[in-house]
Design a protein around this ligand. Structure first.
Ligand SMILES: [Zn+2]
Length: 134
């Protein structure tokens, strides 16, 4: 079992920007086409902005046109947790960081990959660790 990272509300507020806090700890959503990474094509690994766990790899990022960074799969299935989200009158699957329970975004069944999934993730919940040029 991965060790859970548990911090108090005020600790998270100190660590995160107001927007990062809103998205990850209050299950917020950044406005489409405003995030740092929806149009980012740099190779690297997207880490959880809260705890640094590697969540998504740029090789699985694709242009979905939806205005948020989109991935066909997480880097490691065990690094994310999916749970049913019935808020806003919709049936969606919420995606959370398995280490610190940060809200990341949602997963939809309309992706282009072999699994047919689209992980629609807020830029504000991610931090890109760029790959060094070889
Ligand atoms: Zn995390």
């Amino acid at each position: 079992m991965r060790q859970k990272i548990i911090k108090s509300d005020s600790e998270w507020r100190n660590l995160l920007t107001p927007q990062q806090y809103h998205v990850t700890r209050e299950k917020g959503t950044e406005p489409a086409f405003t995030g740092k990474y929806w149009d980012c094509h740099d190779p690297g690994v997207f880490l959880c902005v809260c705890c640094g766990l590697p969540l998504f790899d740029s090789t699985r990022k694709f242009d979905s046109g939806c205005g948020w960074p989109s991935f066909t799969a997480p880097q490691e299935a065990s690094h994310v947790v999916e749970s049913a989200d019935l808020t806003h009158g919709m049936q969606r699957i919420e995606v959370l960081c398995s280490s610190c329970d940060a809200h990341l975004g949602h997963v939809f069944p309309d992706g282009p990959g072999p699994d047919g999934l689209r992980y629609c993730i807020n830029s504000a919940s991610l931090k890109l660790e760029k790959k060094q040029p070889v």
